[in-house]
Design a protein around this ligand. Structure first.
Ligand code: AHG
Ligand code: MN
Ligand code: MN
Length: 314
C-alpha cells in the first residue's frame, strides 16, 4: 500500500484513494460528494439566488442555493448504496436510508456553508462528516473521515480518513487532482487570526486572547465564510479561527455535527487543535443534530493560549 506522502502530484482523487488502499465504500462516499460538487459549482455560478420560499430548522430563510445544493448531495448519497443515514444542516431530522448499520456509512453535511456570501461573490463551501454505522450523534473523535470543498477562485477539495490531510484542486476537465499531500501545521503561534461574532459580545477571556494575538503582531483575516477562513489557516499551515461564546449566545453560532466536528478532525489530523475554549471539540457528545458550540481552531500553541486566557478570566 502506498503511504501518503509518496504520491506524484496531479494524481486524481479516485486513483489516490485506490492507491492508498482506502475502504471501497468510503471511497464511494467521498467520490459521490466530489461529483456532486460539479453540479453545485454550476448552481453557484448560474443558479437562482432568490429565496426558495422554505426555511430550515433555524428559521433561516433558505436561499434557493442551499436547497438546491442539499438536494444534489442528498440524491447522490441516497443512490450510492453505501449510506445508511443522512443529517443535513438544511433539514431538521436524520433521514434513514438503509437499516444495514454494520456495513454502511452515515453522513452529516452542510451542503453550502456561507450561502449568503454568494451574492457578494465571496467564497463558500460544502462541509462533510462521515461515520461508520447509523448513529451520527457521536463524539467527533469517532468520525472515520471528514472533507470540505471550497468554491473559491479555484475549486479545491480537502479530506482526511485519519491518515493525514490531503488537498486536491479541480482541473479544466473538472477532475480533482492531488495538490498537497499530508498537510501539516507549522509549529509556533498564529500569525493570522479569524475572529467571528460581534466583538462587543465577546467574554473577557476571548477579548484578552485577541489582544494578546494583536500584541504579537497577528493580522486579522476574516471573510465570514467558515470554509475559506479555515482553509486559509490550513493551507498557510498557521493561524487561528474562532467563533467564540457570546454574552447572549453562550454556545456560539456554529453547529457541532456538520461544521465543527469535520473541521476539528481535519485540523487535528494536520497537527493542529480545535477547542470550545474549555475542552476538545472532538470529545463533545452531541445531544441533537443542531447542537452548537464555541470554537477556537488552528495552530495548537494559539488554541492552548485561548484556553489559558479563558480559564484565567473565569
Ligand atoms: P451557514 O451559511 O451554513 O449558515 O454558515 C455561516 C457561518 C459560517 O460560514 C461563518 O463562519 C459564520 O456563519 C459567520 O457568522 P457571522 O456572520 O456572525 O460572522
Ligand atoms: Mn454552515
Ligand atoms: Mn449552510
Amino acid at each position: 500500500m502506498r503511504q501518503p506522502g509518496t504520491t506524484p502530484l496531479h494524481v486524481d482523487l479516485r486513483r489516490y484513494l485506490r492507491e492508498t488502499d482506502e475502504d471501497r465504500d468510503l471511497t464511494r462516499v467521498i467520490c459521490e460528494i466530489a461529483d456532486a460538487s460539479k453540479y453545485i459549482i454550476n448552481a453557484i455560478r448560474t443558479g437562482d439566488l432568490g429565496m426558495a420560499g422554505t426555511s430550515n430548522l433555524y428559521g433561516e430563510a433558505q436561499l434557493a442555493l442551499d436547497v438546491l445544493s442539499d438536494r444534489i448531495i442528498r440524491k447522490r448519497l441516497v443512490h450510492s448504496g453505501v449510506v445508511a443515514c443522512i443529517a443535513s444542516e438544511e433539514s431538521g431530522e436524520v433521514q434513514q436510508i438503509d437499516k444495514d448499520c454494520d456495513h454502511k456509512y452515515s453522513v452529516a453535511y452542510d451542503p453550502l456553508d456561507g450561502s449568503s456570501l454568494v451574492d457578494v461573490n465571496l467564497a463558500v463551501g460544502t462541509i462533510v462528516s462521515i461515520y461508520k454505522g447509523c448513529d451520527v450523534l457521536r463524539p467527533g473523535r469517532e468520525q472515520v473521515a471528514a472533507m470540505y470543498i471550497l468554491y473559491g477562485p479555484r475549486t479545491t477539495l480537502v479530506y482526511s480518513t485519519g491518515r493525514g490531510v490531503h488537498e486536491f484542486a479541480m482541473n479544466s476537465l473538472m477532475e480533482y487532482t492531488l495538490n498537497h499531500e499530508n498537510l501539516r501545521m507549522k509549529p509556533g503561534p498564529a500569525k493570522i487570526y479569524s475572529p467571528g461574532g460581534q466583538r462587543s459580545k465577546w467574554t473577557e477571556g476571548t477579548e484578552r486572547f485577541a489582544q494578546e494575538l494583536e500584541g504579537s503582531g497577528a493580522k486579522l483575516r476574516y471573510s465570514g465564510g467558515f470554509v475559506p477562513d479555515i482553509n486559509q489557516v490550513l493551507i498557510k499551515r498557521n493561524g487561528v479561527f474562532m467563533y467564540p461564546h457570546l454574552q447572549d449566545a453562550p454556545e456560539g453560532k456554529l453547529r457541532v455535527l456538520y461544521e465543527l466536528n469535520p473541521m476539528a478532525f481535519l485540523l487535528e489530523q494536520a497537527g493542529g487543535a480545535a477547542s470550545t475554549g474549555r475542552g476538545r471539540i472532538l470529545d463533545l457528545q452531541p445531544d441533537r443534530i443542531d447542537m452548537r458550540a464555541p470554537i477556537f481552531i488552528g495552530s495548537r500553541e494559539s488554541v492552548e493560549q485561548a484556553e489559558r486566557c479563558i480559564a484565567e478570566a473565569g
